[in-house]
Design a protein around this ligand. Structure first.
Ligand SMILES: [Zn+2]
Length: 434
């Protein structure tokens, strides 16, 4: 028996030290996709319950290998269900990076997703072809789910109409999205506990990367994704091993460090990142470079902060909060410690990773890894929805003069999101946490 099969046989009952040993064994075969596939295949066909080690192993598999697992997982899910099963984990895992692997089974995927009280697998609808989209549009229009919907409404579950709506939104096809939004408004498919219908529509739109501009849709996540590689190691995260094959762009970029925006400021201003030059595929126009910086204290103690940039790309003055906030000295947040970063094009597979995915912790472009509902700021000058620029996780070393091991925290340990209005040259910063 190969080592992959051996691990699969032992894992379901493993605890404590045995589990630890299996984890180390799996890590050691991580570079050998044949062994990892053997493990995952065996673990899946034995119809095991889900396991974090199993999900970790999926990270090492190619798209083709994952496709082979999907073909096995779909019928297992039909029989064993999706919650708490390794088969359910396979479908859940491939949804975001490889939705196309689920397209051949999309109608079955919809049926098995109904086992969950709330939505499930909607990301699988991304990029679905027109003919298959029609199946779900027709079902939504037919109204044949109305009776089942009433029961689900009664049990405070998402209705079938609501799920169909979410699936159609996730196609990311503008025409289909406009159809779904219009249908939702006319037929009141907003769940009864969602009070504000406009908010409901805005959140669902932002979730799939769009905002309304008049009667049309505009993309709010237009930027090519690059992840950060911190050059100096002390206290800064190491590069995720899965991304090591990607070559960074040639330039080095200055990250962190103390700066000053306003004389007599009561807390320090942090330089965050200087994009010089602005990397290809990033929608920042008419500036020689872009300097990002903020009062981290205000991100944590105020809300959404906005800065006006000058013609050289420097933050010139803050727009909000207009005044400095009152904060006790011990709650002051210090700037990031200065270092150098490389930016490497993030493979599409990791470009919209969820919060906690190591490839998404520090990223320019791509899609935000929201911790809470999508919450896209509106430019205070022009009133248009801003575009996502970058996200930063908690835990980087800071410059607190009283603490050698201080770290920059966003909220209780969340993320900072940076958005940009290219028309007005305005940046915005805010955090979300659990
Ligand atoms: Zn604007």
């Amino acid at each position: 028996m190969g080592i992959g099969k051996e691990i699969a046989a032992q894992l379901p009952l493993a605890q404590g030290q045995v589990w630890q040993r299996l984890k180390e064994q799996l890590q050691s075969i991580g570079r050998d996709p044949v062994q990892v596939f053997e493990f995952a295949h065996e673990f899946l066909v034995c119809r095991n319950k889900c396991s974090t080690l199993f999900v970790t192993a999926l990270n090492y598999l190619s798209q083709e290998q994952l496709g082979a697992l999907v073909a096995l997982a779909v019928p297992i899910c039909q029989e064993d269900g999706i919650s708490d099963t390794a088969a359910g984990d396979v479908l859940d895992y491939v949804c975001r990076p490889f939705p196309e692997l689920l397209h051949p089974y999309i109608e079955t995927i919809f049926e098995i997703s109904l086992q969950e009280r709330y939505g499930k697998f909607e990301q699988a609808w991304r990029g679905l072809d027109r003919a298959r989209i029609e199946i779900f549009k027709t079902r939504l229009l037919s109204g044949k789910d109305t009776e089942a919907d009433e029961q689900r409404n009664h049990k405070k579950e998402f209705t079938i109409s609501h799920r169909l709506f979410m699936c159609l939104m996730n196609t990311r096809d503008p025409e289909t999205i406009l159809f779904a939004l219009q249908h939702a408004r006319t037929h009141k498919i907003t769940p009864p506990w969602e009070i504000d219908e406009d908010y409901f529509q805005r959140v669902h739109l932002a979730d799939v990367g769009f905002a309304r501009k008049g009667s049309a849709l505009v993309s709010i996540y237009p930027n090519k994704p690059y992840h950060f590689i911190f050059v100096r190691g002390d206290g800064f995260p190491q590069e995720d091993p899965r991304l090591k094959s990607v070559l960074p762009i040639q330039q080095r970029f200055r990250f962190g460090g103390n700066a000053t925006l306003t004389p007599d400021e009561p807390y320090p201003f942090s330089h965050i990142l200087t994009l010089d030059p602005i990397p290809a595929g990033v929608h920042v126009t008419g500036l020689p470079r872009l300097v990002l910086g903020a009062y981290i204290t205000e991100i944590n103690h105020y809300g959404v902060c906005f800065y006006q940039h000058d013609a050289n790309g420097n933050p010139q003055q803050k727009i909000a909060p207009a005044e400095f906030v009152e904060v006790e000295r011990r709650y002051i947040d210090y700037p990031f410690r200065e270092t150098t970063v490389l930016l490497a094009p993030t493979p599409e597979r990791f470009a919209c990773g969820e919060w906690g995915d190591p490839a998404s912790q520090f990223r320019l472009g791509g899609e935000p890894s929201w911790i809470q509902n999508p919450d896209v700021p509106v430019c205070p000058h022009c009133g248009e929805t801003m575009e996502f620029l970058l996200q930063l996780d908690t835990g980087l070393p800071d410059t607190d003069p009283d603490r050698k091991d201080g770290e920059v925290y966003f909220g209780s340990g969340g993320m900072c999101y940076v958005f940009w209005c290219d028309t007005c040259k305005v940046s915005s910063y805010f955090e979300q946490c659990t």
